[in-house]
Ligand binder design. Structure first.
Ligand code: TXA
Ligand code: MG
Length: 330
């Protein structure tokens, strides 16, 4: 990513091809969808996805929507129940996101789904977004293209104001027709839960699948829309800011902090102390050690700067005991 402030460029054929090449190179492109402008990266590359969080200044890793060009492509990434397929066939392309079980071999970076076993999938209806997905030849992870905490942009000009310095290209495809984010549904076999209200109304969804399950009443606790994603939590106990493992502990190093530490249960988030690389490796490293059946993991200190804030947030949540975990904000 260079440091120039990028102005929107008209989404012509050549500009769309250039966007595809930028995405394949692991960089960021802001572009229109029918709902809001998105900040896109190659969903199969962890470091590209990490750049999204760095650009938005998000203090947390939340799971992102993976955009594809067709139901066929989506079905290669997630497992569609009959109900999920009916929803997709009825409303795609369009402002609907389906949260489905993730196929183990889907190739999507763990960071895109924040380490979860589910994947949020959407086939957007905007011709520019569709053309860029095809030009890139990759599924694209894309949250709204605004700095964390600001409203979602519906014009290229808004994107330039908020993120012009942080993206490699802004494609201008005019104002977004829907203007609010996609509706997010979790589909668990034939049970459909509304996770986030959005551009596709409940009435239209219920006309196809019947009454929706109420997410807020699942455990009796009301929750705010858009905040319903569960968090990946490792089974192993975590000890943070550790200089070295104690007997019986696995170790996750960062930068200089694995010197003198070696062994089958020692992992590195980033040898060179690169926070983008560390973010990209975070969830797969925790999973990997969980799969080895380790009971305790010591983690080297990670600086609280840039993406370090989100990495530490995730590690601190993972380090909470079971009781705290169930009380934890989702
Ligand atoms: O209209 C939209 O949906 C826009 C455009 C760019 O497509 N994208 C967007 O993405 O709003 P984002 O990342 O801001 O919102 C993703 C939503 C969040 O509410 C997130 O919690 C939920 O989807 N989500 C993603 N993956 C999930 C998962 N595996 N389980 C539950 N919720 C998930
Ligand atoms: Mg957003």
């Amino acid at each position: 990513m260079d440091s120039a402030v990028h102005r929107p460029v008209e989404a012509t054929g050549p500009a769309i091809q250039r966007a595809g090449a930028i995405l394949r190179a692991g960089s960021l492109v802001a572009l229109p969808t029918e709902t809001v402008y998105g900040l896109a990266a190659d969903a199969t590359r962890g470091e590209a996805v990490a750049r999204i969080f760095a650009a938005k200044g998000r203090p947390r890793f939340n799971p992102l929507i993976v955009h594809v060009a067709s139901l066929k492509e989506a079905a290669a990434l997630g497992v569609f129940s009959e109900t999920a397929r009916r929803l997709a066939e009825t409303f795609w392309p369009g402002p609907l996101t389906l949260v489905l079980p993730r196929r183990p071999d889907c190739g999507i970076a763990d960071l895109a789904s924040a380490g979860l076993d589910t994947l949020a999938l959407r086939v957007p209806a905007h011709p520019v977004m569709s053309a860029v997905i095809v030009a890139a030849g990759r599924p694209l992870a894309a949250p709204s293209a605004n700095p964390s905490g600001q409203v979602s942009p519906t014009r290229a000009e808004h994107v330039a104001q908020g993120l012009g310095h942080a993206v490699d290209m802004i494609l201008d495809g005019g104002p977004c027709s829907v203007g609010v984010e996609s509706t997010v549904l979790a589909v668990d076999d034939d049970r459909v839960t509304l996770l986030r209200p959005g551009g596709l109304s409940r009435e239209r969804i219920e006309a196809v699948v019947g009454p929706l399950s109420e997410a807020g009443s699942l455990d009796g606790a009301p929750r705010s829309p858009g905040q319903l994603a569960r968090h990946y939590a490792p089974r192993a106990r975590l000890r943070l800011n550790a200089d070295a493992p104690r007997p019986g502990e696995a170790f996750i190093g960062f930068g200089a902090h694995d010197r003198g530490t070696d062994g089958p249960l020692v992992r590195q988030l980033s040898e060179t102390g690169d926070l983008l690389e560390a973010a990209a490796n975070l969830f797969s490293t925790l999973r990997d050690l969980d799969d080895q059946g380790v009971e305790a993991i010591a983690v080297a200190p990670i600086p609280e700067t840039g993406l370090g804030e989100a990495i530490n947030d995730r590690l601190r949540r993972a380090a909470l005991g079971r009781d705290e975990k169930s009380r934890e904000e989702p």
